[in-house]
Design a protein around this ligand. Structure first.
Ligand SMILES: Cc1ncc(COP(=O)(O)O)c(C=O)c1O
Length: 386
């Protein structure tokens, strides 16, 4: 059976070039980067090289990169760290209603510890404006955390505008760029970003490794304490193969980024254009144009997202109904509800996320299978007949 992987927002395939870069660090070069001997130094040099590759991709300096176990740890480190270290400035945090749970649950945890959090509402496309952020900033606001691009509906937030306002107002600005890195150009200096989270497995790197960019001069206390690794900012022996893989993956992802993104966006747009022509009563979720080049999200009214996923899977197509972390739960997506969708329409959502490896044939296969699946499920749906 043909297999089409359309769940690249959940994770991506580790590409062979990245695996090859990693392999020596699992076999011959197994030293601990903290050890001063040859084996350790070789590993340490590889970590430094990767730090440079990651920094270059977002126009940061190598010293501003802290390697972590992934996006969730980077988000936790940034938000909890800033809240704790700079609490004298105030205990008010601004975020949005559509963040990933790595951010939302961290904010909720801080609320229990006496912080106050403003969850900015979004418009029908899942967008917040810089003006909303500006109006929410108070004298006791210490941190603004707004995602670069939404993982479910792909809407890209006005990050540079928000960064400018935060810098003017003297408020720290963190962005969860887990879904944006490798798809959109990012310049932390130009965009006035103080802290940024990313995760390697979203851009064809290995799982279990990510990083937090922290602008020089900002102090973020370690979330994980112990050894002096990462200049005392994250304890624990470095995941050397993972870090090497992340460096290679980001370098490859950023090569010809605009050409690659334009090709993927063309495939995305074909799905966005043709699905409503083939299936009646569907709704595109997310912004029609200001969205990630690889994200397609439709609500197929009157049917359940979960049943569409099962039927697609039986036909070899891997997609998702929301974020990977929340599928399995029967609650409708908090992102879609925040955008004003009803529970029924939110339940019928289908996310298809493309990658550099998605082909025209993959798109054609989806366009052939999905309408049949939708028609079959609607025949069985009492809601549709009503
Ligand atoms: C926007 C966003 N933030 C954070 C994460 C968590 O990243 P990780 O799986 O590396 O912990 C994800 C993963 O789905 C994500 O999409």
């Amino acid at each position: 059976m043909r297999r089409v992987y359309m769940d690249n927002a959940a994770t991506t395939r580790l590409i062979p070039e990245v695996l090859n870069a990693m392999l020596p660090y699992m076999t011959d070069i197994y030293g601990n980067p903290s050890s001063p001997h040859y084996f350790g130094q070789q590993a340490g040099m590889a970590v430094d090289r990767a730090r440079g590759q990651v920094a270059k991709a977002i126009n940061a300096d190598a010293g501003e990169i802290i390697f972590t176990s992934g996006g969730s740890e980077a988000d936790n480190t940034a938000i909890r760290g800033i809240a704790e270290r700079y609490q004298k400035r105030g205990k008010h945090i601004i975020t949005t209603a559509v963040e990933h749970h790595a951010v939302l649950h961290t904010c909720q945890l801080l609320e229990k510890q006496g912080y106050e959090v403003t969850y900015l509402p979004v418009d029908e496309y899942g967008m917040v404006t810089a003006e909303q952020v500006e109006n929410a900033i108070r004298p006791d606001t210490v941190l603004v955390t707004v995602m670069f691009a939404n993982n479910e509906v792909g809407t890209v937030m006005p990050i540079a505008e928000i960064g400018k306002i935060c810098r003017e107002k003297g408020v720290f600005f963190h962005t969860d760029a887990v879904q944006a890195v490798g798809h959109l150009p990012i310049d932390v200096k130009e965009m006035n970003i103080d802290l940024l989270s990313m995760s390697a497995h979203k851009f064809h790197g290995p799982k279990g490794v990510g990083c937090l960019y922290v602008r020089k001069g900002i102090i973020v206390p370690a979330l994980i304490v112990g050894g002096a690794q990462e200049k005392n900012r994250r304890a624990g022996t470095e995941n050397v193969p993972g870090i090497v893989g992340m460096g290679k993956a980001i370098e490859l992802a950023c090569e010809d980024l605009s050409e690659k993104s334009a090709r993927i966006a063309k495939l995305r747009d074909r799905l966005i254009r043709e699905i409503p022509e083939l299936i009646p009563e569907v709704k595109l979720n997310g912004h029609p144009t200001v969205r990630l080049p690889n994200n397609v999200n439709f609500s197929i009214k009157y049917i359940e997202g979960e049943s569409i996923l099962l039927m697609l899977d039986l036909n070899g197509i891997a997609a998702s109904s929301g974020s990977a972390c929340t599928s399995g739960s029967l609650d409708p997506s908090h992102v879609l509800l925040a955008m004003g969708l009803t529970h029924e329409v939110a339940h019928g959502s289908l996310r298809m996320t493309l990658s550099d490896e998605t082909t025209e044939e993959d798109i054609e296969y989806v366009l052939e299978v999905l309408p049949k699946v939708a028609e079959r499920l609607r025949k069985m749906s009492p809601l549709y007949h009503e």
